[in-house]
Design a protein around this ligand. Sequence first.
Ligand SMILES: O=P(O)(O)OC[C@H]1O[C@H](O[C@H]2O[C@H](CO)[C@@H](O)[C@H](O)[C@H]2O)[C@H](O)[C@@H](O)[C@@H]1O
Length: 285
Amino acid sequence: MCTRLAMVHTSGALRRGKLMTVDPKLGPAAGGPGATVSAQPDMTPPRHPLTKLALFLDLDGTLAPIANTPNQACVPSTTLVLLRHLHNACNGAVAIISGRDAPDIDRMLSPLTLPCAALHGAHVRNTQGQVKRVAIDHDALTGIASALARDAASMPGTLLERKALSVAFHYRNAPHLAAQVQASVLRALAHHGHSFDLQKGKMVVEIKPRGVSKGTAVSAFMSTPPFSGRMALMAGDDLTDESAFAAVNAMDGITIKIGGGPTQARSRLPNPEALRAWLASLPSA
Ligand SMILES: O=P(O)(O)OC[C@H]1O[C@H](O[C@H]2O[C@H](CO)[C@@H](O)[C@H](O)[C@H]2O)[C@H](O)[C@@H](O)[C@@H]1O
């Protein structure tokens, strides 16, 4: 059950939306493209107002703090209010770029329904609500999911999340089983995986349709209104977001990694609360 609580800021820096950045568009340069970011504080807001930005936002770990299980994750009500404002101020150029299934995205953002790339880019819904999904071998996915379910049954604490075009094998509550979970996914892929790829994430190993990525999805959004012609901004926290960071860097956009770890993103914020505060500080015009 997701209980939405108003978030409380713990520091003045977060209230002011402090951004740790190496992006010259946002503040002083401290490293080259592709480099692991060493955080450097900067208070400079981006030059581009919301009317000129296209926002691409990851969900788990970026808008919703990480929780013990997928069902416990929750987007705070303050963030939902902000998303509505951003969507209006950007004239609709806001999309959710997630590994989650589309109905799950809509549930977590309810009452908002935003354009999205779900399932790591395998399912894309545009601003008109039109949906494009990649074609997959459903029998193969069923075979993979059945094999993983058999393994999960003998691995207490693990959790299998079956999605429309993919499957995620979680081990957050059994971190000592990380290697076994990965081995199980590799075995399943070897038997059934001709048209699927492995996607690692935070305490999870996923199988997704071959050839899809968040980067491809962001590029597709950027080729159509209301996104086209704007400065792209991608915020994300996980490995699956790296392809989107690469795509947005190639467009000379703004990339923000949430939390620690190596990344191609050129800026960094410590957590979803800091991102919320930073986004709230962007000028409307
Ligand atoms: O691309 P995202 O929106 O970040 O989605 C990535 C995966 O997020 C979810 O799993 C992660 O978040 C869970 C809730 O906080 C956490 O328990 C889990 O350990 C994380 O891996 C989601 O369940 C997956 O389907 C998404 O692909």
